[in-house]
Design a protein around this ligand. Structure first.
Ligand code: NAP
Length: 295
């Protein structure tokens, strides 16, 4: 069997076009320009690239886009003051505080200070709780990206056996909630799970978010299953070069899967698009204007 490749890049490009069109309508009809603010604390080069890409994409979609860079030694009080300023800024509808933070700035303190209506990463306890209650407006970007990919490719989620490997607040937990809300029978696996390969073999939808390169083996994949690889791992490629691989051994998994996301070009491509979607949703919710085509 040769798996259908789930092309996140193409789906993300289409989603961004829709978001740009909707942003133009919001501005033209209501004078509302969706605004995204990013906050970077410290000098982590990867975080710097992520934040730049987020601001650049926001600009491309016609959003108001601002970035704040605090030094690595910034105090927690400084970081919280920045977040509170943005909470009160009417031009800003989405606030993204790039993680990880330097150790003197507690992630919980930042999330507690963040206005949940502007929490476009959906990491605050309020938004996590709303998701659990089936009442979420803002949903964590990467899990939402996965659900949109499943929908786009016509993957039957209702009644499917879905396995999510990984239980992070950022991905695993919200992904499991979304799959459950879509009527899958959901199993969550983690580092203490026994017989992981057997769990995988029972999964119609196998979602891997582990952070271990090529960990899930092809012979763990049920014939015809949909494999969603969330992992992004940089590994040696020889010649002193590096390359990105996922948490699934793509070559062997693709021989058994019915459909599979590549790395790169799969789930990762959806994350920034979904961040923009959340910013648009936050802008419309704060302004009290319904959206016509945000997804
Ligand atoms: P994380 O917070 O480090 O969580 C990793 C999870 O994997 C934990 O729940 C851990 O279990 C579980 N795990 C570790 N070793 C395992 C094993 N041997 N067997 C089963 N489970 C195991 O990571 P994360 O933030 O969720 O990210 C996971 C991966 O997705 C990373 O590669 C990250 O780069 C990638 N990611 C990509 C995007 C994107 O935009 N595409 C977004 C977010 C994350 P315990 O809880 O028991 O420790």
């Amino acid at each position: 069997m040769s798996a259908r490749i789930i092309d996140g890049k193409t789906v993300a490009a289409r989603l961004k076009d829709k978001i740009a069109a909707e942003a133009t309508r919001l501005k033209g009809e209501h004078g509302v320009v969706p605004g995204l603010a990013t906050v970077l604390v410290g000098n982590d080069p990867a975080s710097d690239v992520y934040v730049r890409n987020k601001n650049k994409t926001a600009e491309q979609l016609g959003f108001h886009s601002v970035s704040f860079h605090l030094p690595a030694e910034a105090s927690e009080a400084n970081a919280l003051a920045q977040v509170r300023l943005l909470n009160d800024d009417p031009k800003v509808h989405g606030i993204l505080v790039q993680m990880p933070l330097p150790k003197q700035v507690r992630e919980e303190a930042v999330l507690d200070a963040l206005d949940p209506r502007k929490d476009v990463d959906a990491l605050t306890p309020t938004n996590a709780g709303l998701l659990l209650s089936g009442r979420a407006t803002l949903v964590s970007c990467t899990p939402m990206g996965v659900m949109l990919l499943l929908k786009e490719y016509g993957v039957e989620v209702a009644a499917a056996n879905a396995l999510v490997i990984g239980r992070s607040l950022l991905f695993g937990k919200p992904a499991a909630q979304l799959l459950l809300a879509a009527n899958a029978t959901v199993t969550m696996a983690h580092s203490k799970t026994r017989d992981l390969a057997d769990h995988c073999r029972g999964a119609d939808i196998l979602v891997a978010a582990i952070g271990r390169p090529e960990f899930v083996q092809g012979d763990w994949v049920k014939l015809g299953a949909t494999v969603i690889d969330v992992g992004i791992n940089r590994v040696e490629a020889g010649d002193g070069k590096t390359k990105l691989v996922g948490d699934v051994d793509y070559a062997t998994a693709a021989e058994r899967a019915g459909a599979i996301t590549p790395v790169p070009g799969g789930v990762g491509a959806m994350t920034i698009a979904c961040l923009m979607r959340n910013t648009l949703i936050a802008a419309s919710a704060i302004a009290g204007i319904p959206l016509s085509s945000a997804s």
